[in-house]
Ligand binder design. Structure first.
Ligand code: ADP
Ligand code: MG
Length: 639
């Protein structure tokens, strides 16, 4: 069953991984020709040139091969000129630069400006398409690049092809990031909406996961060159969104982790998470201040949002790794799932980063997104497992509780039976002894014929009485199926009386009962008797030798009401409040379970019970049940 789920998840992931890269990797239309070399001239602050013709005449040009493009700028350089010799150009063609690393770009053709893009924010990757005509053949395309970041220059992939073809693939090129990012954001929103259905316990992990998925969407969108290329004027917004997403993502990840595996050694996970929240707040403030100052503090902000975050992320991943390894050691399935997700993410990211640095930063990172998807999937699987585990736990608890309840009722009943047995035995012995005496008399005085009849009658009556007591006792004591019937209270009380009167006789005090016929309720006869006997027995015990227990019943506004009042010791407020609490007793031989069981039985029969009592005066219990004829038929079956 479980294996089945894993296989299914694996198939889904596999199909996504197979299908989507074909979409994502959609490269520009097959190139008619590509540019294989160009020249670059670095400029320092001192020798900056204003116009392309000046630059072309100056010396210091350096040859670059497209197979090994260099994009790290020398220490002194602030900007650079690039010249590209165009090959033979056909009608309506264009040149597509897959990656130009710079904040500001100006392109010139034959001394004329043909393209310009300026960014205030620090996002230095550009995709640029410039239209060409056949009279441009053999001309020199001159680019002027400027950037405050440490990258400056052209990356791989410069193609000349049909302008319309290029335009189409150019538009599609990074669209996939946006789709993937938006999908994450959408899922997070749906999850947020669903969070209303969770209780507080589950809500924390659920929300943490929402706030992991939502910023991942933000990171994907904020990192994609698509928006910067087509809607560059809002670049600062995308960058803000990227940073903000990172500030939310990191603490949320830690929070989710904490929910799953606990606070770790000496609460280190908790402390780290708190530190991250504080740092994120600081980062968000720094972001706002940098914005407000018009990027005047960019150097410092870079340190806060890139350098420091990088170190924090590193520490976080090491921490997560250590805890995961420990959990793996204990063979925790959750940690195995999470480790797989993380391992995929880490492996893909490390492989890509290595390629990135090996290519001297000209490689476009793209596979890490799939690592991220694998990671998020593992988180979702984990949360699902957790919720289903909690659900199972609740079911087990409630089943245990049910078993415990019925055990309790049974044991309380056994207790009453054993206590009643003494009084029943006593009571049964009496009539038997009387009968025996009478029979002896009969034997001796065979001659007094006139009295014989009444002696016989008495003997028979007493024997009948003994048999009723025994019958009542047995019906109460015998285990019974949980059968629900329509009960006549008068019948039930008659049996109860049969059992309880012997106890009253033994302990002193007497019973006055007035229960009319035809008061009908729905329930289990044996359980109802158990509940009533508990209450009456308490009353008799409270009499402490002398007094009365009065029992009366009537029907009132669709309910059958039973009163059981005694003139016994009574209770004060403190005791009244604790009635029904398990093991609460004031008697040396008490169990403290009687009223608990009673309350439970009455509750199941949809009734209510209230106690009124005054110390030294007495106690009155008032029980209400819905009258049988007002109970719906389907409810009758289920009680
Ligand atoms: P038990 O009878 O074994 O003590 P119960 O749950 O039946 O357990 O009752 C709990 C306590 O409530 C009794 O010990 C007693 O102090 C108090 N109590 C219950 N009914 C009465 C009553 N009718 N009069 C005085 N005290 C009562
Ligand atoms: Mg009791």
């Amino acid at each position: 069953m479980r294996l089945n789920i894993f296989i299914r998840i694996f198939l889904i992931i596999a199909s996504i991984l197979l299908i989507v890269p074909n979409l994502a990797g959609a490269s520009p239309a097959s190139a008619d020709s590509s540019i294989s070399s160009w020249q670059i001239k670095w400029e320092s602050e001192a020798d900056r040139l204003a116009a392309p013709d000046q630059a072309l005449k100056a010396d210091g040009w350096q040859d670059i091969q497209a197979s090994e493009p260099a994009v790290s700028k020398p220490e002194y350089a602030v900007s650079a000129w690039i010249r590209i010799k165009l090959p033979e150009i056909g009608m309506k063609q264009g040149v597509f630069f897959r990656s130009i690393y710079a904040q500001n770009i100006t392109a010139f053709l034959g001394g004329e400006e043909v393209f310009r893009s300026e960014r205030k924010y620090w996002f230095d990757l550009n995709r640029v398409l410039i239209p060409l005509e056949n009279h441009d053949s053999g001309q020199e395309l001159v680019l002027h690049l400027k950037s405050q970041t440490d990258r400056l220059g052209l990356g791989r992939g410069i193609n000349i092809s049909d302008y319309q073809d290029l335009l189409r693939s150019y538009a599609k090129f990074d669209l996939f990031d946006i789709i993937l990012g938006s999908a994450f954001v959408f899922v997070a929103f749906v999850m947020l909406v669903c969070s209303v259905f969770f209780d507080r316990n589950q809500l924390k992990s659920w929300l943490a996961l929402c706030f992991i998925i939502l910023p991942i969407g933000g990171i994907l969108i904020g990192y994609s060159p698509f928006l910067y290329t087509f809607y560059g004027e809002y670049g600062f917004l995308y960058q803000g969104m990227f940073d903000l997403s990172l500030y939310v993502f990191l603490p949320s990840l830690m929070m989710f982790f904490e929910q799953l595996f606990g606070s770790g050694y000496r609460g280190i996970v908790k402390h780290f998470r708190r530190f991250q929240i504080a740092y994120s707040i600081f980062g968000i403030i720094a972001l706002t201040v940098n914005w407000a100052s018009g990027y005047a503090l960019q150097q410092y902000y870079f340190f806060v949002s890139v350098t420091c975050i990088g170190i924090i992320m590193l520490a976080q991943f090491i921490l997560i790794l250590i805890i995961l390894v420990r959990q793996l050691w204990n063979r925790n399935i959750d940690s195995i799932i999470l480790s797989i997700g993380l391992a995929v993410f880490a492996a893909v990211s490390v492989a890509e980063l290595l390629t990135f640095y090996a290519s001297s930063k000209t490689y476009d990172l793209s596979w890490w997104k799939w690592g991220l998807v694998a990671f998020v999937l593992s988180l979702i699987v984990l949360l699902g497992r957790r919720i289903s585990y909690q659900h199972k736990l609740i079911i087990t608890y409630s089943r245990d509780l049910e078993i415990y309840n019925s055990e309790m009722q049974r044991s309380e009943k056994m207790e009453i039976i054993s206590q009643l047995a003494a009084s029943v035995a006593h009571e049964v012995r009496n009539p038997l002894q009387v009968t025996r005496g009478l029979l002896q008399l009969l034997e001796r005085r065979h001659d007094i014929a006139s009295n014989t009849e009444s002696y016989y009658k008495l003997a028979i009556d007493e024997l009948d009485r003994a048999s009723t007591i025994i019958t009542d006792f047995l019906t109460f004591a015998k285990p019974e199926l949980e059968q629900v019937d329509e009960l006549d209270l008068a019948d039930e009380f008659k049996h109860v009386e049969g059992i309880i009167v012997p106890l009253a006789n033994l302990q002193g005090g007497h019973l006055e009962m007035s229960v009319p016929r035809s008061l009908r309720i729905i329930g289990n006869s044996s359980k109802l008797k158990q509940a009533l006997i508990n209450i009456i027995k308490n009353s008799i015990e409270a009499l402490e030798g002398s007094g009365v227990v009065k029992i009366w019943a009537y029907e009132e506004s669709e309910q059958v009401v039973i009163h059981i009042a005694d003139s016994g010791a009574g209770m004060d407020e403190r005791i009244l409040e604790r009635l029904g609490e398990p093991y609460f007793t004031n008697k040396t031989k008490g169990t403290g379970l009687g009223l608990m069981v009673t309350f439970r039985i009455i509750e199941v029969m949809q009734g209510t019970i209230k106690f009124k009592s005054q110390k030294g005066v007495g106690t009155e219990a008032m029980i209400r049940f819905p009258a049988a004829r007002y109970v719906e038929t389907n409810a009758k079956v289920s009680i």
